[in-house]
Design a protein around this ligand. Structure first.
Ligand SMILES: C[S@@+](CC[C@H](N)C(=O)[O-])C[C@H]1O[C@@H](n2cnc3c(N)ncnc32)[C@H](O)[C@@H]1O
Length: 154
């Protein structure tokens, strides 16, 4: 099933419109829609509600290389958005296990199981984390793993 309000996919709707009516459960959800923190966070929380036990959520564009690749609103062609902020927030939740795989533009990986490497970095609003802080601490914040490790933890 592919959800997109503009092109491709099989359901012409935003992810919010889709989840408002959905009653199916999924083994795997790939989030690659609106790459802005608030929407990505909603997409993650909605996906968790409809994820089967043992399921996995993958997210595209979690590792921007520079400030402009993640600035919102978008200001250039190569753009990951601030998906990374939603990952940092999720890393603080004890009931989900969150990683970022060094593949493509950074693939976020979320399992519905106890967090094995809880990040202790609580903020009132993760939208406000600075890119400088991410740049200096991204390995810890994002819980980076190599592709081979991902295959071992699935
Ligand atoms: C980077 S593209 C990725 C599309 C697809 N995953 C692919 O690889 O071909 C992002 C897509 O998200 C769609 N999109 C934007 N806002 C969305 C939303 N709120 N819900 C679902 N999809 C959205 C856009 O229309 C666009 O097609």
């Amino acid at each position: 099933m592919g959800i997109d309000p503009v092109s491709g996919g099989t359901v012409r709707a935003t992810s919010d419109q889709f989840f408002a009516k959905n009653d199916e459960k999924f083994d795997c959800v790939f989030i690659d829609g609106l790459h802005e923190y608030h929407q990505v966070k909603k997409d993650i929380l909605n996906s968790l509600q409809f994820l089967n036990d043992g399921g996995i959520i993958l997210l595209h564009d979690c590792l921007p290389n520079n400030y402009y690749e993640q600035a919102t609103p978008r200001c250039q062609w190569i753009w990951n958005g601030d998906v990374w902020k939603a990952i940092v927030e999720c890393r603080n939740l004890k009931d989900i296990d969150v990683y970022t795989c060094y593949a493509d533009f950074g693939i976020g990986v979320i399992f519905k199981r106890p967090n094995k490497n809880l990040l202790d970095y609580k903020l009132p609003n993760y939208k406000n984390i600075s890119f400088k802080f991410y740049y200096e601490n991204y390995k810890k914040l994002m819980n980076i793993i190599e592709y081979d490790e991902l295959l071992n933890i699935i």
